[in-house]
Design a protein around this ligand. Sequence first.
Ligand SMILES: [Zn+2]
Length: 283
Amino acid sequence: MAVATSPVNGFSVDVEDWYQVADFDAVVAFSDWDRYESRVARNTDRILALLDEAGVTGTFFILTWNAERHPDVVRRIAAAGHEIASHGYAHRLIYEQTPETFRADISRAKATLEDIVGTPVLGYRAPSLSLTGRSLWALDVLLECGFRYDSSVFPIRDALYGLPTAERFPHVIHRENGRELVEFPITTTRLLGRNLPLGGGGWLRVFPYAYMRWGMRRVNREGQPAVVFIHPWEVDPEQPRMRTAGRRGFSTHYVGLGGTQTKIRRLFRDFRFGPMRDVLGLG
Ligand SMILES: [Zn+2]
């Protein structure tokens, strides 16, 4: 059982559909998204049911392209007491955009979500955690657009993302003119001088649950909150199969899909979770 005095961790869901992931963007054009079977509403409902069963609330970073087609899903998430946050509009990686196109994407994304739920959207998570050393300018654009916190920095080294020298736990990033953005980095644990990824997503699916539990306990023993992220397509073992090698030359997209729900239930049993806004004291 979760110990009552241990830190409350952030639980987060990046609300995108099975064909909208960066691993598939060489074979799935944004202009064709409407041609693929939409499974995001049903899969989001599966996650809402898991949260409800455990009495847990979390943060949903919603891709606004989906919110426009399923505003009822966004309202259901908000009505269940979860935080609504932004995963951008079109799932384009930050470092493949200009500051101008990024600004247009996230300002449309934020305004549309706020129209649907009627409350301010404070948090942002970049598609494929694409806030790296190449795209730190995005922090200023997030501030300009009214975001209060970001959760896109992963303090590891990876071919697609990562900022290995970044701080590991929630902190305030100071930008010019006294402006401040809170960063909730994707969780790592440290072993033999290296940061090991915890996070969720592929790491939760590929590795045994014991790895996640070991790492999160170490983080919480440091007195720090972790953040776990998952995607609706990760609780959907029946989703269509796409033939592609992914951006790294391999893809973990279909690995361990059948075990995700069990692992989430175990996380909810072993740790305390809440919306990231509350963990950061921005609620
Ligand atoms: Zn995503």
